[in-house]
Ligand binder design. Structure first.
Ligand SMILES: *Cc1c(COP(=O)(O)O)cnc(C)c1O
Length: 291
């Protein structure tokens, strides 16, 4: 497994370094690659089936589908019912995951929670369950590999940054690199919720710094300032995802001043469907204005 390269970009008169984990693979990239690292290193024969559940545009779902294809493991993914529109899309994470052989099962909203809880009861030893978001202590080893790559790069800086959903990536990175400051920001829920999630895995170390966004953003909603920052960074040379990265870039530009190595968390495969949503929103606003 090869090391990801490091790029340098200029933004608002500052230099940033970017650890290009997005380049590892078109589908199995970013922090999902790091989190699945230990399973990727597991011999094929150990399992024949992986089970997971959650959202249908999830980057984790796509990464697991790519892993299972490579390993020749069956992959079953449970979600709440999907709209016909979502099922018929010919781009985006769900479409690609199905193309990679994922078996999709819809569970009625009313039974969903109970059904997911029951999946564990009937497991045989050849089946492995990956919880939603991959908030699991097994992520530790893959993030230690990332930490080693960062140390070996010998960059003359003291701060790293990566966005948080469950906070698993930022937490294990901070634990593996105590000599660095690790900046993160909550992209799903607020800082209180993020700290709870992290503390459930491990006591939060002092070098992990949670920056508070100036405004409350709801996950996966559309914000003009997110699209703007996405485009600005794209024009400086690197494409980032539209769900997590805009949030973190915003707080980094507003609240920090030192040189930073940004750990690209992947997720670019979801941009086609997000950009379509932005386009639709802009068009509907135009028609309202001209009426
Ligand atoms: C999953 C994901 C995250 C969040 O990672 P956590 O370890 O859950 O905090 C951040 N960025 C992208 C692009 C992701 O897909």
């Amino acid at each position: 497994m090869q090391k990801s390269p490091i790029s340098k970009i200029a933004l608002d008169g500052r230099d940033f370094y970017v650890k290009r984990d997005d380049l590892i693979d078109p589908f199995l990239a970013g922090n999902k690659y790091r989190k699945l690292y230990i399973l990727l290193k597991t011999p094929k024969e150990k399992y024949n089936k992986i089970i997971s559940y959650g959202g249908t545009q999830s980057n984790a779902m796509l990464a697991i589908a790519a892993m299972c294809k490579e390993k020749e493991w069956e992959f079953t993914y449970y979600t709440k019912p999907l709209s016909t529109l979502q099922k018929e899309q010919n781009e985006g994470n769900f479409f690609h995951a199905i193309s990679l052989g994922m078996r999709h099962v819809e569970i009625e909203e009313a039974y969903y929670k109970e059904y997911i809880a029951s999946l564990r009861i009937h497991l045989d030893e050849k089946t492995y369950i990956i919880d939603q978001g991959g908030a699991d202590a097994s992520a530790k080893e893959g993030l230690e590999v990332l930490a080693r790559e960062i140390r070996e790069a010998n960059l003359n800086l003291k701060a790293l940054a990566t966005p948080s959903g469950t906070g698993t990536t930022a937490l294990f990175l901070a634990l593996a690199l105590p000599e660095y400051k690790i900046y993160t920001t909550p992209c799903v829920g607020d800082s209180v919720y993020l700290k709870e999630q992290m503390n459930a895995l491990y006591a939060i170390p002092k070098n992990l710094i949670i920056l508070e966004p100036a405004k409350k953003y709801h996950f996966a909603k559309l914000y003009p300032e997110f699209l703007e920052i996405y485009k600005k960074i794209l024009s400086s040379g690197v494409e980032f995802d539209l769900l997590y990265a805009p949030n973190l870039w915003k707080v980094l530009l507003e609240q920090t001043s030192e040189e930073i190595l940004y750990i690209h968390s992947g997720g670019v495969s979801g941009n086609a469907s997000m950009l379509k949503r932005y386009k639709k929103k802009v068009e509907s606003q135009k028609t309202v204005k001209t009426k």
